[in-house]
Design a protein around this ligand. Structure first.
Ligand code: NAP
Length: 252
């Protein structure tokens, strides 16, 4: 519902939010009335994103947070509380896809990195934010269509995204009834992370043809789903994953 103000008075933390899907989610939550804490690894990216969002009249602060750094996670939550006093929405969006190797050829250090950034960091951020989450709060994990069908070139990344589907169910049980936990599984969205999609017209067309809607996803498509899950419009939905992938095959 573009133009709605469903999140007035809410405070949102969005990880990995200085560009791409995370940035679009932060922007949309801000337009819907939330105060938003954006973050990513690089100070300059954080400063630039804060400036862009403030120039649109949004209430935003920025904190440097590499999600696998314990001090950064602590800072993220502490600075949010210092400024706003509570937390209503956490969007855990950071991920890495450091290798195109097959699973059995992936080094132990890369396996650890994938687990660390793509799965464990979400848990640790929620452990840090948990004490400040309000009744009626909403947690959103960002998985991937690859979580349903881990393709060869991104197989282990896909498996970490499959883990988030289970994590969503488990956390929804653990954090209910006061906090809802849901997940978004994006299809292919041309961002820096997925720049291979637009490397050639042929690849782009192949990806578009995998969708029923014959187009790539946009960051705005993901932000719309996140705003819905963050808002009370989804107040009876928890433990679910919304696939936002133009009808790409996922599950029945
Ligand atoms: P993106 O446009 O490349 O943006 C990545 C953002 O993450 C940047 O702001 C980056 O800023 C930050 N970042 C990277 N590593 C980080 C870390 N370790 N800790 C904190 N911040 C970090 O990526 P995207 O495509 O929007 O992807 C966002 C999420 O969507 C990921 O979970 C991805 O798996 C998922 N997804 C994407 C697609 C797609 O087609 N794009 C499809 C399915 C799922 P810094 O460099 O400053 O850290």
């Amino acid at each position: 519902m573009a133009g709605a103000r469903r999140l007035e008075g809410k405070v949102a933390i969005v990880t990995a939010s200085t560009q791409g899907i995370g940035f679009a989610i932060a922007e949309r939550l801000g337009f819907e009335g939330a105060s938003v804490v954006i973050s990513s690894r690089k100070q300059k990216n954080v400063d630039d994103a804060v400036e862009k969002l403030r120039s649109k009249g949004l209430d935003v602060i920025g904190v440097v947070c590499h999600v696998s750094n314990p001090q950064h996670r602590k800072d993220l939550v502490e600075k949010t509380i210092q400024k706003y006093g509570h937390i209503d929405i956490v969007v855990s969006n950071a991920a890495a896809n450091p290798s195109v190797d097959s699973i059995l050829d992936t080094s132990e250090s890369l396996l650890d990195k994938l687990w660390d950034i793509n799965v464990k960091s979400s848990i640790l951020i929620l452990q840090a934010a948990g004490p400040y989450l309000q009744k009626g709060s909403s947690v959103i994990l960002i998985s991937s269509i690859a979580g349903y069908h881990p393709q060869a070139s991104m197989a282990m990344y896909g498996v970490t995204k499959t883990a988030l589907l289970g994590l969503t169910k488990a956390l929804a049980a653990e954090m209910g009834p006061d906090t809802r936990v849901n997940c978004i599984a994006p299809g292919f969205v041309p961002t820096h992370f997925a720049d291979f999609i637009t490397k050639s017209d042929a690849i782009r067309k192949t990806v578009e043809d995998q969708t029923l809607l014959k187009r790539l996803g946009t960051t705005g498509d993901m932000a719309s789903a996140a705003a819905f899950l963050a808002s009370d419009d989804s107040s009876y939905i928890t433990g679910e994953t919304i696939v936002v992938a133009g009808g790409m095959p996922s599950r029945l």
